[in-house]
Design a protein around this ligand. Structure first.
Ligand code: CAA
Length: 248
């Protein structure tokens, strides 16, 4: 992955920071793309990647905005060079049961978590195909495989992400571009740590390996799929959940 250019959306989030670090340590030059409105979070991110120098940088984007995504890709390609790794990690939750869910809670989750994947891929899949190389990695969720109480919006988006992954993988398989998803289980991120403690305790108790996941557990798999020699894996979903959900 020497000097491959990577964009990681949700790059300053719970999993994103570790994904950026891992890709940079594997030799890539990484752009962490995320909302530019959270100054405090951006500063924390800057400290977390300070040791990596200019191998990791922040660029603002709202993945829900199609034109902003195009603009991001153009900016990165103009300044750093051709993007060959895209990690779609931007994701939000608006958990509540369907009978209480309002339209805005549905739209927010679908627009960021699923439309965001389209918005980024749409601007990169052509150039990647033309250049004969690309790695697209979509961060889905175990809750897209199982469904989760209070997450009709999130589970729908995350399951949809995998359908998207398989369809796009077929379209670009002959072009040197792979498209895969990873389905993390419950990991130590802000998203998970804001689940009410009693509910979270019950969830963690049901993880067979006996611990919550660490962002590094996910980042390691991202780096594996992003590698130049991972070209025979495409259209796959890799569950990384401590055995919380097992499927054939
Ligand atoms: N299974 C079955 N019944 C449940 C339940 C569950 N898991 N949770 C609550 N209930 C019951 C309640 O006891 C209640 O019953 P009664 O009506 O008989 O009293 C009823 O369902 C409704 O409960 P609430 O009124 O509490 O429902 P709510 O609309 O306030 O929503 C919730 C509750 C916020 C969804 C809460 O259940 C919750 O936070 N659940 C966890 C959701 C979760 O796991 N989110 C993951 C976030 S992290 C992430 O998404 C990352 C990733 O990819 C893994």
């Amino acid at each position: 992955m020497q000097d491959r250019i990577a964009i990681v959306t949700g790059g300053i989030g719970g999993l994103g920071v570790e994904i950026c670090r891992r890709l940079a340590l594997s030799g890539s030059r990484v752009v962490a793309a995320d909302l530019g409105t959270r100054a405090e979070r951006i500063a924390v991110f800057g400290e977390a990647v300070a040791d990596l120098g200019d191998r990791v940088r922040f660029e603002p984007v709202d993945v829900a905005d199609f034109d902003a995504c195009r603009n991001l890709v153009e900016r990165v390609e103009a300044t750093l060079g051709p993007v060959s790794i895209l990690v779609n990690g931007a994701g939000i939750t608006r958990d509540t049961t369907l009978r209480k869910m309002d339209r805005a809670q549905w739209d927010a989750v679908l627009t960021v978590n699923l439309d965001g994947v389209f918005n980024m891929c749409r601007h990169l899949v052509g150039p990647m195909s033309d250049r004969g190389h690309g790695r697209i990695i979509n961060i889905s969720s175990v809750n897209g495989q199982t469904g989760q109480f209070g997450q009709t919006n999130y589970s729908a988006a995350k399951a949809g992400m995998h359908g998207f992954t398989m369809a796009l993988a077929r379209e670009v398989a002959r072009k040197g571009v792979t498209v895969n998803s990873i389905s993390p289980g419950y990991c130590r991120t802000d998203l998970v740590m804001t689940i009410p403690e009693d509910i979270r305790r019950d969830i963690v108790a049901r993880i067979p390996v006996g611990r919550i996941g660490e962002p590094s557990d996910i980042a390691r798999v991202v780096a594996f799929l992003a590698a130049d020699d991972a070209g025979f894996i495409t259209g796959a979903n890799i569950p990384v959940n401590g055995g919380y959900f097992m499927d054939f």
